[in-house]
Write a new protein. Structure first.
Length: 454
């Protein structure tokens, strides 16, 4: 069987792959691996459980809480909250672990289960494997007073909001912000924290009904936010995804400001203030080359990782760095959070606008995005992408032509039989020409029906 855990927990169609039975079994396994095996004798383990507002989250959360409490874990039910809030509350409560039910930016029929270890940290692969390995084993079944208790974590949202407000270098008085909450987990706390910070707030996408999460709104659909920012004459707009672990922005003219641009703005600000650890930003290989060029000129080094915020987090932890993220808007401030936090990112971005008196459009000019094109080449043997001599020769020739004004990236998909060909260049015409040519070579050389020698 294939591995149950993916890059961000266990995710799939609710009542399809992700059933109540599986949710309970995962909770019972985690109760042992993250709870009893790591807790001193005589101390009952405690866990925080939160979810986004998907309809399926109601029965899945009930199943998770039943699995935990029946295994002797005391449960603090935090209700609907962003993923980063759940991670923060695990640490704030000094709980043994946490569980978040969300499928992030996926449509409403999907859902997911992710676990946080003590301190709100994401789990390494070996711990996920240990949980998965216990699924077929008999769960712990205490009786009487040894069963876990479930209680509502009544001040969970307030604790998170107070924490966020404590990170601000400047209040947001005089700043007008449009927030798009994707009808998701941030629909309550994000508007509240921006108002508490002094901003004039306009809210869209904050009426979750269990079925409309990410539906035409949020970070994957920026059109409504762009229109609202211009209509209301706002200084900027902030878009979350369903579980609010990411943030994209829009300037006062309705122009998108992506994760790379946000990281450029914040890295430069922290570095100028002497607060960017070792003058290093951690980003993935998918970040635009323009980010690296802009930061290099400011004396900031980029440490590159594989795609995925978990790899960014690992590099940050290993090197002790305090800022990292992805082009998609996952930005991690390790001084304040253990995972990407879209509400925190939006607050820091708005605070920098307030602190400098500069528009977000002006701040975003800190980096020039190079034209970037990606073609997915399907029906190929992705395992040979890194070893085929013909592909390597074509890539080398493209790199020589691009020089320091562009780059090439070939990345086999982790889940599909395809290879992603990405090219950045000084202009789109060059990017299109080189990317199309390389995609043709990949298709010819790696086609599953090809008789070419490896």
């Amino acid at each position: 069987m294939s591995r149950l855990f993916g890059t961000d927990g266990v995710r799939g169609l609710a009542n399809g792959l992700l059933t109540a039975e599986l949710a309970m079994q995962l909770a019972q396994a985690a109760a042992v691996v993250l709870g009893h095996d790591r807790t001193p004798d005589g101390k009952r383990p405690r866990a925080v459980v939160a979810r986004d507002p998907r309809a399926s989250g109601e029965f899945l959360a009930a199943a998770v809480e039943a699995g935990l409490s029946s295994s002797g874990i005391d449960v603090f039910d935090a209700g609907v909250l962003p993923t980063p809030a759940a991670a923060y509350l695990v640490a704030d409560l000094d709980a043994d672990f946490g569980v978040m039910l969300s499928a992030s930016h996926n449509p409403a029929p999907d859902n997911g289960i992710k676990f946080f270890a003590r301190g709100g940290q994401k789990l390494p692969d070996d711990v996920e494997d240990a949980i998965e390995a216990r699924l077929g084993l008999e769960p712990q079944r205490p009786v009487g007073g040894d069963v876990g208790r479930i209680q509502r974590f009544s001040d969970a949202e307030d604790r998170y909001i107070v924490h966020l407000l404590g990170t601000l270098p400047k209040r947001l008085d005089g700043i007008k912000v449009v927030l798009d909450c994707a009808h998701g987990a941030a629909s309550g706390c994000s508007p509240q924290v921006f108002k508490d910070a002094g901003a004039d707030v306009v809210v869209i996408g904050a009426e979750p009904d269990g079925l409309n999460i990410n539906d035409g709104v949020g970070s994957t659909h920026l059109g409504p936010l762009k229109e609202a920012v211009v209509k209301h004459g706002a200084d900027l707009g902030i878009a979350h995804d369903g579980d609010a672990d990411r943030c994209l922005a829009v300037d006062h003219e309705g122009n998108e400001v992506d994760g790379d641009q946000i990281m450029a703005i914040l890295a430069l600000a922290l570095n100028e203030a002497g607060k960017l650890k070792d003058s290093v930003l951690v980003a993935t290989v998918m970040s635009n080359l323009g980010l690296k060029i802009a930061l290099r000129e400011a004396g900031i080094t980029i440490r590159e990782t594989a795609v995925g915020d978990r790899y960014v987090l690992e590099e940050m932890r290993d090197g002790g760095f305090n800022l990292g993220g992805e082009q998609s808007g996952h930005v991690i401030f390790s001084d304040h959070a253990t995972t990407g936090d879209g509400v925190l990112t939006g607050l820091q971005l708005a605070a920098h606008v307030a602190l400098t008196g500069r528009s977000l459009k002006d701040l975003a000019t800190a980096m020039t995005k190079l034209p970037q094109l990606m073609i997915n080449v399907k029906g190929v043997d992705k395992a040979r992408a890194a070893t085929d001599e013909g592909v390597a020769a074509a890539v080398a020739a493209a790199e020589v032509e691009l020089g320091e004004t562009g780059r090439v990236l070939l990345r086999p998909s982790g889940t599909e039989a395809l290879v992603r060909v990405m090219v950045e260049a000084a202009d789109m015409e060059t990017a299109e020409r080189i990317c199309t040519s390389l995609a043709g070579v990949v298709k010819e050389r790696l086609s599953v029906s090809s008789e070419l020698a490896v």
